[in-house]
Write a protein that binds this ligand. Structure first.
Ligand SMILES: [Zn+2]
Length: 235
């Protein structure tokens, strides 16, 4: 059962090393099926080169295993919390180098160029450290809570801000499906790399003027989007 969902999640996870977004097993992708109230996720600790469709674990939104013989990713509870508390269709977590460097700095990712503005509407927030109690109590669940708390406290529209950094940890991105969540991780990684290089050239670069960032986001995602060959937002 859940064959198509597991296949999509397998392929999205295999895209992580292909896109140089993970080393070892430092990343995981999941996708939810809202009709069936389940999500499929990478198993814990299985190397990408050995990963097979039957290894993918299916869980309900409370985090109980519905199908699969292996333990789900240790970050499973973070994914489950995001599915219970947002409408996202898929979640991707990596420790990709440049985005993780940003997360370690605790800085938001400011908009310096149109690469950023094309896909992320505004500064990409860096969520706070978890407290000692949150880590001790239920680390992965509370990681999800801190992400949602940051989205809500900053009144962020998570559909136009498909990712976040977690201070001292790494990025989480999302999308309508697993493939899109991985694409957003790749974009976030490139944007963080460009920002860090920009700051080397100029310590305090100016932010991209709003009339340019607005134009770039809206031409791909706005109601009158015209970028690409297909319907809005698609390349
Ligand atoms: Zn992590």
């Amino acid at each position: 059962m859940y064959d198509l969902l597991k296949e999509k999640v397998l392929n999205a996870n295999l895209d992580l090393p292909l896109n140089n977004l993970v080393k070892l097993t430092w990343g995981n992708v999941s996708q939810v099926d809202r009709a069936l109230n389940v999500f499929a996720i990478k198993p814990s600790g299985v190397p990408y080169e050995k990963l097979k469709k039957e290894d993918i674990v299916v869980c309900d939104l409370e985090g109980n295993i519905v199908e699969g013989n292996l333990n789900p990713s240790s970050d499973m509870k973070t994914h489950a919390y995001l599915y219970r508390n947002t409408e996202v269709g898929a979640v991707c977590h990596t420790h990709s180098t440049w985005a993780t460097a940003y997360a370690q700095s605790g800085n938001d990712v400011e908009v310096y160029g149109t690469t950023h503005a094309d896909s992320f509407y505004g500064s990409i927030p860096c969520a706070r450290y978890l407290t000692a109690e949150e880590v001790e109590d239920d680390y992965e669940l509370n990681t999800g809570k801190v992400i949602v708390e940051t989205i809500k406290s900053k009144s962020i529209d998570y559909l136009s801000m498909p990712g976040i950094l977690l201070h001292g940890h790494a990025p989480f991105t999302w999308g309508k499906d697993a493939k899109e969540a991985v694409t957003n991780s790749l974009i976030l990684e490139e944007v963080c790399k460009m920002n860090i290089l920009t700051k080397i050239i100029k310590t305090n670069p100016e932010k991209l003027p709003e009339h340019i960032s607005e134009k770039h986001y809206q031409r791909k995602h706005g109601k009158n989007a015209y970028y690409g060959q297909n319907k809005k937002g698609e390349i």
